[in-house]
Design a protein around this ligand. Structure first.
Ligand code: ZN
Length: 231
């Protein structure tokens, strides 16, 4: 009896998910199979992994960053995924990104002996208007996969910085310097900061700066994507 009831609820839930998320892949438009949401597994598998390992040395603003990992290079599929997440609030995509990132770097991340996973925060005003922080959603899902505690309250964004996309490299750095503060005196020493994309690294370096002031000893960052590095 109880089993039947649970089954019914599950059916109801998956029907509900189908209403929220259209049953076709956002990228290739084929009908999604059971268990797939928004993006089909074929499209997920077509993403181009960076295979960069720790690419800290190649990041423009690496100040304060000890270890840098990135899942995939920007391509059309990746842009679609990020767009669906950021502008269409498809939270389920963020969960999948976190899950896949965590699995991709599981051994490396466990080896780093991290104390905590934290997201790059949004300014409260931006969080209010957007309703969610995509890095928070990715981070939460990733932390479960790697078995490291998650804490979204430590780091706060104190300045509502201008969108980075129109700024040059030096302006970006200036834009995020002193944009973050650490709320209390955390007991953590080894951090993993999560962001959706990495371009110059200025935002993450800004986070690292604030955490170092509170005695952080090791700062690793992980992002889902990055533009292709020009040779
Ligand atoms: Zn597809």
């Amino acid at each position: 009896m109880i089993k039947e009831k649970r089954f019914g609820l599950r059916q109801l839930w998956s029907g509900f998910i189908d209403i929220i998320y259209p049953p076709f892949c956002l990228v290739c438009n084929i009908k999604l199979s059971q268990g797939e949401h928004v993006i089909c597994s074929h499209c997920w598998d077509k993403l181009i992994p960076t295979h960069l390992g720790n690419w800290q040395n190649e990041v423009t603003h690496k100040e304060g960053l000890d270890y840098v990992l990135t899942g995939w290079f920007f391509d059309e599929i990746f842009q679609n995924i990020i767009h669906s997440l950021k502008y269409k609030e498809m939270r389920i995509v963020a969960k999948e990104l976190g899950l896949r990132l965590g699995k991709m770097f599981l051994t490396e991340l466990q080896y780093l002996k991290l104390d905590v996973v934290i997201p790059v925060p949004l300014h409260p005003a931006k969080l209010r208007s957007r309703g969610f922080n995509q890095s928070d959603l990715i981070g939460k899902s990733l932390s479960k996969v790697i078995g490291v505690p998650y804490d979204f309250k430590i780091l706060k964004r104190t300045k509502n910085t201008q969108s980075q996309t129109t700024l040059g490299i030096d302006e970006r750095k200036l834009n995020v310097s002193e944009a973050f503060s650490v709320s209390s005196s955390p007991s953590y020493k080894r951090y993993l900061i999560v962001d959706d994309v990495l371009t110059t690294g200025a935002t993450l370096a800004g986070c690292a700066f604030a955490l170092r002031e509170k005695k952080a000893e090791f700062i690793a960052v992980i992002t889902s994507g990055t533009p292709k590095i020009e040779a």
